[in-house]
Design a protein around this ligand. Structure first.
Ligand SMILES: [Mg+2]
Length: 367
């Protein structure tokens, strides 16, 4: 079997409410869906997570040609050709995101050809339900508006919830955490994501001021390039530190682990180099005793890939869910997501169990 075509389909959704994080506000979301077609007519879907236009131009400009003629059932050959050899000069960034999307689509193809779900290809089912957390409480000027959003999620039965802060100082954001904790009560696990918005000094102030709120974890307090500073912060803070959504490949994570910079690793399958690379990162994390909670904040295709990886990989923990209806999410799944008591049931359709219908393209497709 050979790859005969690679296309990037851009899907875009205008948001009903603005998403504010420390990096700015967003009113649209764009997904770079990668469709790989084979000479036998079987197609697979993947997703590159990052700058969607950049990913499209990389695949249209060159990477699609590199993939042409390769066997999608030979994942390591795909990885060698798209990541290790030809793009030797590109260690991180959108090139790796683009390759991640193609690699993901090849797993989807392999599952369809062999008529098994992708988790079966990854060693089989380790767990059939996944613990979850919901991550779409965004920064708002009014602390009570944030608390109201958290309340909406609590009512759906989720017990672990993440809020985005860092648009203002630790002192100013303290009243937002206070409002969130009051609404959440002590039974809810509350995480704070700073999206790299604080300096090391601000992070230390936040760590001291926010200690009383019993946070479940603090995510990406610093610029992701500041690995030494993150390690120093972690050694001085009592908080559990999660990070990694802006890191690439196995080697990037080894650096985070070697520096003792994180307590929880957050590789994104659509960014790190694909499903196999994410598997490799999980195995490495295991050797350091670090749990992996994959970053999963994009379309239903990344969601499906993340579910299959977590279903087959013991040291993964907590599936990230987006309950905002701002992403093109469940529409892309062949079977609706089954959630009970905050647990996601692992689906068993062949491949990733995703589908890009004409209706989705008509509704969300952009040139
Ligand atoms: Mg994050």
């Amino acid at each position: 079997m050979k790859i005969s075509k690679v296309q990037v389909i851009l899907l875009q959704k205008k948001l009903t409410s603005a998403m504010n994080i420390s990096r700015g506000g967003f009113d649209v979301r764009t997904h770079a869906v990668v469709k790989v077609t084979t000479d036998q007519g079987i197609t697979g879907l993947g997703e590159g997570v990052g700058d969607a236009l950049m990913i499209k131009s990389i695949i249209d400009g060159k990477m699609g040609d590199l993939a042409f003629g390769l066997d999608p059932m030979s994942i390591e050959s795909i990885r060698k050709n798209l990541i290790d050899s030809q793009v030797y000069l590109e260690r991180k960034g959108s090139v790796i995101c683009a390759a991640s999307g193609i690699e993901m689509a090849c797993w989807d193809i392999m599952g369809k050809v062999l008529n098994v779900p992708v988790y079966q290809l990854l060693g089989g089912l380790y767990r059939d339900r996944l613990e979850t957390y919901v991550s779409d409480v965004y920064w708002e000027k009014d602390p009570h508006a944030m608390a109201k959003n958290l309340e909406r999620i609590l009512k759906k039965g989720f017990k672990t919830i993440k809020a985005h802060l860092g648009c203002e100082s630790p002192e100013a954001d303290e009243k937002r955490i206070d409002a969130l904790r009051c609404t959440a009560g002590n039974e809810t696990n509350l995480m704070i994501d700073l999206n790299g918005g604080y300096t090391p000094q601000e992070s230390m102030v936040a760590s001291r001021l926010w200690d009383k709120f019993n946070l479940f974890w603090l995510e990406e307090p610093l610029n992701p390039n500041q690995v030494d500073a993150l390690a120093d912060f972690r050694s001085r803070s009592k908080l559990t530190i999660a990070a990694g959504e802006n890191e690439f490949r196995l080697h990037g994570f080894k650096q985070l682990f070697d520096h003792r910079a994180i307590d929880v690793a957050m590789p994104d399958i659509g960014r790190v180099g694909g499903i196999q690379e994410a598997r490799n990162i999980c195995a490495l994390a295991e050797s350091y005793g670090i749990p992996v909670s994959p970053h999963n904040f994009s379309s239903g295709i990344l969601l499906a890939a993340t579910i299959h990886l977590m279903a087959a990989t013991p040291n993964t923990w907590l599936l990230e869910l987006d309950s905002s209806n701002n992403a093109i999410y469940e529409e892309l799944l062949v079977a609706p997501l089954e959630i009970s008591n905050g647990l996601v049931h692992v689906p068993d359709q062949p491949g990733l169990g995703v589908e890009l219908t004409d209706e989705i393209i008509r509704q969300y497709g952009v040139e």
